[in-house]
Unconditional design. Structure first.
Length: 133
């Protein structure tokens, strides 16, 4: 259940291809090898209204939160988080070079006792793997 939510300031629209950005995160998550492929979700939410620092409109931000289920040890989570953050940060290097920008990433673990899910994507992927080897 790795669900990534990227909230970003609307002023990034001219600077960042958000479709490409969510794909960078998805691919990096797959590369870690610790998340089930069928559970990965990456979404971006544009924030039209925001205030940063001294209120200047020339600042931008992207805040990514990963919610995941229990069961991965701290070392694995740190390795995965560092890999994903490096990929996203490198993707956003041009934004850092050309504007004032803040990037953050937090990982949160959902308590299995208070987290409900229903998903048939895993089964669909197994069928595809069986057919295509």
């Amino acid at each position: 259940m790795p669900h990534f939510t990227l909230e970003y300031s609307a002023n990034l629209d001219g600077l960042v291809d958000m479709a490409q950005t969510v794909e960078v995160v998805r691919k990096a998550a797959v590369e870690t090898g610790i998340f089930p492929l069928g559970g990965i979700r990456v979404r971006a939410i544009k924030c039209e209204h925001y205030a940063i620092a001294d209120g200047g409109k020339n600042y931008g931000f992207l805040d990514m939160v990963l919610r995941l289920g229990e069961g991965r040890d701290l070392a694995a989570r740190k390795r995965a988080g560092e890999h994903i953050f490096r990929a996203l940060s490198a993707h956003l290097d041009p934004v850092f070079a050309n504007s004032k920008f803040a990037l953050s990433f937090d990982m949160q673990i959902n308590d299995k006792e208070t987290s409900w899910k229903r998903n048939n994507i895993h089964d669909a992927l197994k069928k595809v793997e069986t057919v295509h080897g």
